[in-house]
Design a protein around this ligand. Structure first.
Ligand code: GLN
Length: 549
């Protein structure tokens, strides 16, 4: 029988419920429990696949091809497990299921209502993963307590409190304790109000986790406990951390895991096994050198748009014992005139994934710079497609080469829509999504990177390399080093004569975890490190050669 922990949020959004949930799951996992996490989002979109990054940050894709909330990325990176479609449910999906059942006549003439029909469907999905053999299922409820749209989810938790044995369910409420500079005081009132609001809906938290910029004194903890009706030890301080990967250790110090285990009567004598986690943190905190990587994209000002890429840099940096300084370069601002000024000083270039026309010419100019200067280059999805277009235009002499995504009538469609995509009219969940196998060419850079010939990576795209042009590319030095074994779709392009130039049609950033950093990122950072060392050596040689008077 699984135990269920629900995580709600109060006062404001963006408090980091996903990180707290992932940290708690990490600690329980480290104590030997089989833990998983799921997220319930209160919006009407069936999944976040149709939301643009301004609305919702990155869309995270699971092995089974679900387009999900970016918090699932944190769950995978912390726990080193695969999540699936079942781990992310939205209001839209709940209603879609209930309405489909109603159309099928499954409700036998009954009036279909929020309570009990919608809440029944929410509860069914809340319990689903628990039926798959997990010891603990942590459910993060998106949004903030008091939002109209999250009410059915809270109501479902209220009902479950009565349906499950008392020791099988608990609620952790994450809240904000603001510090008022003028008064030099931490303020507990917003938390009191948010717990009160939660209680009015019939759900009382067992634990209150307090996000704070200043340490909570015992007095403050006692005050929160008194007004919010919990034990003092159930008031947990969550100070801002220098990295999200430190949060599990902070939660361990605050005993969040033991408090939850006590409430859920989870028995173990095992202390958390976090040796490799701590070793990773040490490397992350005390790097031996630094590399600067240019991230070329059109959403660089949004911190969540390239979340998995940024986290993959952190994993790969720690493994290489270097600090990866990511320099955001807005692709719309890159021109032939300013490219050298914008990109020199970097040790590597990553051209980001994306959709649509905006900023692509800047990406193509950036690729050309990296190719011609021998700067380590790594293109992901649209980034790979831009590398192909750049090569076609500037090396193959196909001046108008393009992707049919941006120019449907181009004479040289080196990137075009996949055959099976041409008949699709609906936008949601219709791309090539999820894990597909890829066969790697022996002796290629990709082979060196992965150390194997058969890999599997996750996808999210509609367009592909046009294989009609493959001979032209290969005869001029750009090679397809990875292809899908069934369809022959090109998955990896590289330039063997360049120190490090690789573009991939898939998204390797989606599989990078603390324990298993993505090989492409690890090798890209290693190449950038080498490039940096050579660059520094040249600079110091130049300095040495300045005649001393
Ligand atoms: N827009 C491109 C395609 O659909 C690339 C997608 C991506 O970068 N994820 O093929």
């Amino acid at each position: 029988m699984a135990k269920y922990i629900f995580v709600t949020g109060g006062v404001t959004s963006s408090l980091g419920k996903g990180i707290i949930a992932a940290s708690l799951a990490k600690l329980l996992q480290a104590r030997g429990f089989n833990a998983t996490i799921q997220k319930f989002d209160p919006y009407i979109n069936v999944d976040p696949g149709t939301l643009n990054p301004y609305e919702h940050g990155e869309c995270y894709v699971t092995e089974d091809g679900a387009e999900t909330d970016l918090d699932l990325g944190h769950y995978e990176r912390f726990l080193n497990i695969h999540t699936s479609q079942a781990n992310n449910v939205t209001t839209g999906r709940i209603y879609q299921t209930v309405i489909n059942k109603e159309r099928a006549g499954d409700f036998l003439g009954k009036t279909v209502q929020v309570v009990p029909h919608i809440t029944d469907e929410i509860k069914r999905r809340m319990l689903l993963l628990g039926e798959q053999g997990y010891d603990v299922v942590i459910t993060e409820i998106g949004g903030t307590v008091g939002d109209i749209e999250s009410l059915p989810f809270i109501e479902a938790v209220r009902q479950l409190q009565w349906e499950l044995p008392e020791e099988d369910l608990m609620v952790v409420h994450l809240t904000l304790i603001p510090y008022l500079k003028a008064a030099k005081e931490l303020k507990t009132k917003p938390t009191q109000h948010s717990v009160k609001m939660l209680s009015e809906t019939g759900v009382h938290p067992d634990v209150i986790v307090c996000r704070t910029e200043e340490p909570l004194t015992n007095e403050i903890k006692r005050k929160i406990a008194l007004f919010c009706n919990v034990k003092t030890e159930a008031v947990i301080e969550a100070m801002d951390a220098s990295t999200i990967y430190e949060v599990p250790l902070l939660m361990l110090q605050e005993k969040l895991d033991t408090i939850c285990m006590r409430k859920l009567r989870l028995e173990t004598k095992k202390e958390p096994e976090l040796t490799s986690w701590i070793a990773f943190l040490d490397k992350l905190k005390y790097p031996k050198s630094k590399v600067s990587i240019g991230l070329i994209g059109k959403y660089v000002e949004l911190q969540d748009a390239y979340k998995s890429i940024l986290e993959s840099f952190i994993h790969a940096g720690a493994l290489n014992e270097v600090k990866v300084q990511v320099v955001n370069v807005h692709s719309e601002h890159i021109t032939q005139e300013n490219v050298a000024e914008k990109l020199s000083g970097l040790d590597g270039l990553l051209v980001a994934p994306g959709f649509g026309h905006r900023g692509i010419e800047g990406k193509i100019i950036a690729v050309q710079f990296a190719r011609e200067k021998g700067l380590p280059f790594f293109g992901i999805c649209l980034g790979m497609q831009m590398a192909v277009i750049e090569y076609a235009r500037n090396v193959l002499g196909l001046a108008n080469a393009h992707s049919t995504e941006m120019e449907s009538g181009t004479n040289d469609p080196v990137i075009n829509m996949m055959e099976e995509q041409k008949k699709i009219k609906m936008m949601g969940g219709t791309m090539r999504l999820g894990a597909y196998p890829c066969d790697i060419k022996e002796g290629s850079l990709a082979h060196k990177i992965y150390g194997e010939l058969h890999i599997s990576e996750r996808h999210r795209h509609r367009y592909e390399f046009n294989s009609d042009y493959l001979d032209q590319f290969e005869s001029k030095g750009m090679m397809a080093s990875g292809r899908n074994p069934q369809t022959g779709l090109v998955e990896i392009m590289e330039i063997p004569t360049h120190p490090f130039f690789i573009g991939v049609q898939y998204h390797p950033e989606l599989k990078s975890t603390v324990e298993r950093p993505a090989p492409l990122f690890v090798h890209f950072i290693a190449a950038a490190k080498q490039y940096n060392e050579k660059r520094s050596a040249t600079i110091s040689r130049l300095v040495e050669s300045v005649p001393v008077k």
